[in-house]
Design a protein around this ligand. Structure first.
Ligand code: AMP
Length: 409
C-alpha cells in the first residue's frame, strides 16, 4: 500500500515525498479515504500512530486555495502546547504546497504575536482550549467560517479538565462542517460527546493497545521506593541508554529527580506543566539534540511529545491510570520502531501493575536479577542473592519495617 492508493492529489503526494514518508501508517490507510469523501470520523489512535498526517493531509487537499481576505477554515483543538505546536508544524509541511497560512495558539507565551498572526489572516488554527477561549472572549478570533474541526486527544482533554471549554468552543462553530475526533481511549463521556458533535461518523481504529505494546520490550523491576534512584543510576550506566524518558508521578518528584541526577553528573532536565513554555521548548530541544540524556516528565507534559528515537522509557513511578502506561511506553515505539520500557514497581504500586497487565492482556517480564531487588511481598522470582551487593543498614531497616507491616496486614 502506498500513498498513491489513497486518492491523494499530486500536491499532497509531493508533500509526503518531501517529508520522507514512504508508506502510510495503518491509521492513515484507514482514515484518509473516508475523510476525502467528506465523512465525519472518530479515530481511536494515539500519538505516535501517524494520526496527525491522517487528518492534515486530507484537510489540506480539500481546502481551496485562499482568495482575498483569509478566514479561518480549519480549527484543531489539542490538549497541550507541545502537541499544538507539533500539529501546527505538520500543517506547515503539507500546507506549503498551497501557500496556506497557519498558527498555533497556546498559553504560557505572550498573546501578541498570535493576535497579530490572526489579524494578518490565517487558514488553519491549532489551539489549546484555554488560550483560544481567552482570544474569543477578547473578540480577537472568529470561528464562523470553519469547514473542518478536529478534536485531538479527546480523552486527555477530559483528564485535564478541558471538556467544558471544548464544549463552549464547539457551540460557536458553524453546524455545517466536517468533524474529526481522535482519542486513544473511548471513555463514556467521550462516546457521548462524539455522538453529539459528529454526524454519521466512520469509526477507524489503529494501534489498539496490544499492537503498540507489542513493539516495545517491556520489563518490570521490583524495587523498594527508597532504592529507585540508585536503580535508575545503575540502568543509566549502560551506554545503550542514550536518550531516556523517565516518568514520575508528580512535578515535584520530576524536579527533584532531575536535580539528583545532575548532582550525579548525569545531564537531566525536568519537563512539566509548571515550567514556562520557553523552558519546556528549550529542554525539549536539548533532549532532542542529545545535550541532555535524560528527560524527566510527568504524564501531562509528555503527552504528545514527538521525540524521535527515545531509546528507553523508564517508569520511575507506575501510573495509577493503566492507559497512561500505554501512552508512556508508546514514546519509545514511534511509527513502527521498536523500543525498550522499564518500570519500577514498589510494594505500593503492585495494584497498578495488575491493572496495567490486565489492560494490555499480557504479563510484563520481571527482571529477576538486579542489585536493588525488593524482597517485600515479592512474587516468586529467581533470586540473585549471589550477585546482589549487601544491602545497606538503612535498606535492611526499611525492609524489616516493611516486612513487619506486611505481616500485620
Ligand atoms: P503522530 O502520531 O501524528 O504524532 O506521528 C508520529 C510520528 O510519525 C511523527 O514524527 C510523524 O512525522 C511520523 N509519521 C507520520 N506518518 C508517517 C509515515 N507514513 N511514515 C513515517 N513516519 C510517519
Amino acid at each position: 500500500m502506498t500513498f498513491k492508493n489513497l486518492q491523494l492529489d499530486s500536491a499532497m503526494l509531493r508533500a509526503v515525498e518531501r517529508v520522507g514518508y514512504s508508506e502510510p501508517t495503518p491509521i492513515q490507510r484507514r482514515a484518509i479515504p473516508p475523510l476525502l469523501e467528506g465523512r465525519d470520523l472518530v479515530g481511536c489512535a494515539q500519538t505516535g500512530s501517524g494520526k496527525t498526517a491522517a487528518f492534515a493531509l486530507p484537510i489540506v487537499q480539500m481546502l481551496a486555495p485562499a482568495h482575498g481576505r483569509r478566514r479561518i477554515r480549519v480549527l484543531v483543538l489539542a490538549p497541550t502546547r507541545e502537541l499544538a505546536a507539533q500539529i501546527d508544524e505538520e500543517f506547515g509541511k503539507f500546507g506549503r504546497e498551497k501557500a496556506l497560512r497557519h498558527v498555533a495558539i497556546f498559553g504560557g507565551v505572550g498573546q501578541q504575536p498570535q493576535v497579530e498572526a490572526l489579524r494578518r489572516g490565517v487558514d488553519i488554527v491549532v489551539a489549546t482550549p484555554g488560550r483560544l477561549q481567552d482570544l474569543m472572549d477578547q473578540g480577537c478570533i472568529r470561528l464562523d467560517a470553519i469547514d473542518f474541526f478536529v478534536l485531538d486527544e479527546a480523552d486527555r482533554m477530559l483528564d485535564m479538565g478541558f471538556i467544558h471549554d471544548v464544549k463552549r468552543i464547539i457551540k460557536r462553530l458553524p453546524k455545517a462542517r466536517q468533524t474529526m475526533l481522535f482519542s486513544a481511549t473511548m471513555p463514556q463521556t467521550i462516546q457521548d460527546l462524539s455522538r453529539s458533535i459528529l454526524t454519521n461518523p466512520v469509526h477507524v481504529e489503529a494501534n489498539p493497545h496490544s499492537t503498540t505494546v507489542e513493539n516495545v520490550a517491556q520489563s518490570i523491576y521490583f524495587v523498594e521506593g527508597g532504592d529507585k534512584r540508585a536503580l535508575l543510576k545503575h540502568i543509566l550506566k549502560d551506554p545503550a541508554s542514550e536518550r531516556v524518558l523517565v516518568f514520575t508521578r508528580t512535578k515535584h518528584r520530576a524536579n527533584r529527580l532531575a536535580q539528583q541526577l545532575n548532582r550525579a553528573r548525569i545531564p537531566a532536565e525536568a519537563i512539566h506543566g509548571n515550567k514556562s513554555q520557553t523552558a519546556r521548548t528549550k529542554a525539549l530541544a536539548r533532549f532532542k539534540s542529545g545535550q541532555t540524556a535524560v528527560l524527566v516528565a510527568t504524564d501531562i507534559a509528555a503527552r504528545g511529545l514527538d521525540i524521535e528515537s527515545v531509546s528507553h522509557v523508564i517508569n520511575f513511578d507506575l501510573p495509577n491510570i493503566p492507559e497512561s502506561y500505554v501512552h508512556r511506553i508508546g514514546r519509545t515505539a514511534r511509527a513502527g520502531a521498536s523500543g525498550i520500557a522499564y518500570s519500577f514497581c514498589d510494594v505500593n504500586e503492585r495494584k497498578f501493575l495488575r491493572e496495567i497487565e490486565s489492560l494490555i492482556r499480557q504479563p510484563i517480564a520481571v527482571v529477576g536479577e538486579h542489585p536493588y531487588q525488593s524482597t517485600i511481598n515479592a512474587p516468586p522470582m529467581p533470586t540473585a542473592a549471589g550477585n546482589a551487593p549487601k544491602p545497606s543498614r538503612n535498606r535492611r531497616r526499611r525492609r524489616s519495617r516493611a516486612n513487619r507491616r506486611a505481616r500485620i496486614a
